[in-house]
Structures are given as structure tokens and as C-alpha cells.
Ligand binder design. Structure first.
Ligand code: DX5
Ligand code: ZN
Length: 228
């Protein structure tokens, strides 16, 4: 899918609930993809960790590429890696529709954001809880999406950090409405509405989907609570 078509699909389906595959059952990935399709999760969020930028290791492009063949969902890659430039091509080849990397890993992200857009892929920049919004302000025109981390990256199942709400509000005021704001970490029934009100449109959800017996019910409830 082209970058503009992906953006159009995302913008017209706000609130977007994007299950974080970090929390899925890797022993039964095929079944998980089927259940997520049945739950009408139109975006899957792939947390890539290198054990260096974050103190955890997850999966890489080989896993994403094989899963790409099994679903039509939009693939949103979140690269928590120290050298995204080195591996970027592999994520293009794996069929990612959106690629987000961290400002803390690449202090001058312009050329990388442009490279992503040149490949007709949605370009995103992420910021950690300790990173002020001002750090990414000069680069917002180069971004299709900004991801605000509401936990320290590395692990699912952590508690939402409320300071993310102020960041979302500030970003919402600084950016045109078509720039997609995404929030990641500790999102669930008790936090999603505040994030929506603060301006987020895409909600990355790990535990609040995968820890539930019924993914369809979980996704539907979150979409209802996250409606603007
Ligand atoms: C954390 C990841 C998140 C995480 C979300 O580093 O970026 O996507 O898996 O999981 P929950 O929703 O459980 O916080
Ligand atoms: Zn993530």
C-alpha cells in the first residue's frame, strides 16, 4: 500500500487500536494473527528491540516478513534499536507500512525520515518519557506520525506515565490535525480516554488486548472508550 493510502486508512479509522505484538503468544503466532483479524484490528504494532537501545530483545524483520503474508493489516514497526539506519532496508523488504524510530537513537533524524518517505512508507519519530517535545519540534514537518512513549521502552505490562498526556496536548497544538499522534505503553480502559482527549489517534495496546480472553471484545471496548 502507498504511504498516502496508509495514512488515509489510519486517519479515517481513528481511534486506531494497534495491538502490540510484543505481548502475543509467539508459540502460536498464526492463530494470534487470525484472532486479531477476527477482532478487526486493522493495525499491528511490531516492537523491535536490539538489547542495546533497550534492555530487552524481541524479534526482527524475518518474523515480520513471514507474518506479512498472513494478514492484510497495516504493519506499524516501532524500532527500539540503536542504529535504525543500518537495518532500515530490511524493514522495507519485510513489508512494513509505517516505520517509527527514536529521536534518542538518531539526534538528527531528517535524512532517515526522508528515506522512509521516499520508500512510500509512513515515517514516524518516537520519544521516550524523559525526552522533551522540544527535541523533536524542528523535525515535525518531516514526520507523518509521532509516537509518545507513556512507559520506559523495553517491556510490556508497565504502568502508564501520566506526563505523556501533557506531551500529547503540546504536540497536538504544535502540529496540523492530519499528523497522527500515537501513544504507547500502559494503554487500557482506564487510560485511553484521557489520551484521546489529549489528541492521540493511534493507541498501541499490549496487555489490555493479549491478557484478555476475547480480543474482539477488548478491541471493541477500547475503540469505544477512545472515540474522540
Ligand atoms: C514497550 C512497547 C510497547 C508495549 C506495550 O517498549 O513499545 O508497545 O509492548 O505493552 P502494554 O500495552 O502492555 O504497555
Ligand atoms: Zn511499541
Amino acid at each position: 500500500m502507498s504511504r498516502l493510502a496508509t495514512l488515509d486508512r489510519l486517519r479515517t479509522s481513528i481511534p486506531v487500536i494497534a495491538p502490540s505484538m510484543l505481548k502475543c503468544d509467539f508459540g502460536n503466532l498464526h492463530r494470534e494473527l487470525e484472532l486479531l483479524d477476527a477482532a478487526q484490528a486493522s493495525v499491528l504494532h511490531w516492537d523491535v528491540m536490539d538489547g542495546h537501545f533497550v534492555p530487552n530483545l524481541s524479534y526482527g524483520p524475518m518474523v515480520i516478513e513471514r507474518c506479512r503474508l498472513r494478514t492484510k493489516a497495516i504493519f506499524d514497526a516501532h524500532l527500539m534499536i540503536s542504529d535504525p539506519e543500518k537495518y532500515l532496508n530490511e524493514y522495507f523488504k519485510a513489508g512494513c507500512d509505517c516505520i517509527t524510530f527514536h529521536i534518542e537513537a538518531v539526534p538528527n533524524p531528517v535524512s532517515l525520515l526522508r528515506k522512509i518517505r521516499e520508500q512510500d512508507v509512513v515515517a514516524g519519530l518516537a520519544l521516550n518519557p524523559g525526552t522533551p517535545v522540544e527535541r523533536i519540534a524542528p523535525f515535525l514537518a518531516e514526520c507523518d506520525m509521532v509516537l509518545v512513549m507513556s512507559v520506559e521502552p523495553g517491556f510490556g505490562g508497565q504502568k502508564f506515565i501520566p506526563a505523556a498526556l501533557e506531551k500529547l496536548k503540546t504536540l497536538r497544538m504544535m502540529t496540523p490535525p492530519d499528523l497522527l499522534l500515537s501513544v504507547d505503553g500502559g494503554i487500557g480502559p482506564t487510560t485511553i480516554a484521557d489520551c484521546a482527549q489529549a489528541g492521540a489517534g493511534l493507541f498501541v495496546v499490549g496487555s489490555a488486548v493479549f491478557d484478555k480472553p476475547d480480543y474482539s471484545a477488548a478491541v471493541a471496548e477500547l475503540a469505544k472508550l477512545g472515540s474522540p
